[in-house]
Design a protein around this ligand. Sequence first.
Ligand SMILES: C[S@@+](CC[C@H](N)C(=O)[O-])C[C@H]1O[C@@H](n2cnc3c(N)ncnc32)[C@H](O)[C@@H]1O
Length: 276
Amino acid sequence: MQLNEIKKHWTGWAQQFEGDLRATTKTRTIKDLEIAEFYRAFKRTSVFSKPEGAVLEVGCGNGHNCFGLSQLIPHFKFTGVDFVPEMIANANKLKHSDDRYQEIDFLVGNILELEDNTCLASDFDIVFSNRCIINLNTIDLQKAALDQLIAKTSLGGYVVLIENVRQTYEQQNKLRQLAGLEERTPDKFNLFIDEPAFLEHARKQLTLVECKDFASLHDIVLYVLVPMINDGNTDYDHPLVRATAQLLMANESELSGQFGAFGQNRLYVFKRDPSR
Ligand SMILES: C[S@@+](CC[C@H](N)C(=O)[O-])C[C@H]1O[C@@H](n2cnc3c(N)ncnc32)[C@H](O)[C@@H]1O
């Protein structure tokens, strides 16, 4: 899909689903897991122990990560940016409907033009994206997007990504094949990350601190086991899918990453090393 069509797609979902989580994903349980995992990852950074921290989410949609994380980490100040004005309008509507969210800023902005966006500071302690980079339709644009995230990160700060990865998606499809299910294919508006090429580029400026398959068990249940007992169909609200998400979130001992590499979302924590 061309970039303008991808933007049209997200504009359509923003108009149709407004402030609902459905504007950014069909899988409600994955959003809970993503917020829990960002929280755990942020907690492990050196920023967490500071009295305050500035955090930027790029491709924030209607704001659910910023809302959830701001409640878990009240000493961090969150800013969200998205290139669809309707997404930002919906995020602002939710913000103004709840006193707890008044400190969060939402702005319109393109991940490919962050450096030129003078409304945004250039020294965030943490810059993160969640299934945004996969909306760029070439590997070169994905690399350029990462460079833009880095440009807004302070020296010594962190770039944290949860993005869909081709290689783990292929693993999931192998399981589906074994189960006699058809292979899944990504949505037309997504290009999943080709990890070796992407990491080679990232390592030019960043140190990879951590890579975690936090959603592997969730995706095995959602995309393999439940379809096996449900005529091949995915059921996003199946009680087993919800139970799996609950289990993975309850586990404070970081066991969520111990179920193999079959999830389509992977967490990466990079540090912008001051010595590089
Ligand atoms: C899958 S949604 C994820 C939203 C949010 N990060 C979350 O996890 O709830 C992807 C978001 O990225 C935004 N997006 C896509 N391409 C973008 C770009 N070039 N610049 C900024 N935002 C973009 C879309 O408008 C959409 O809101």
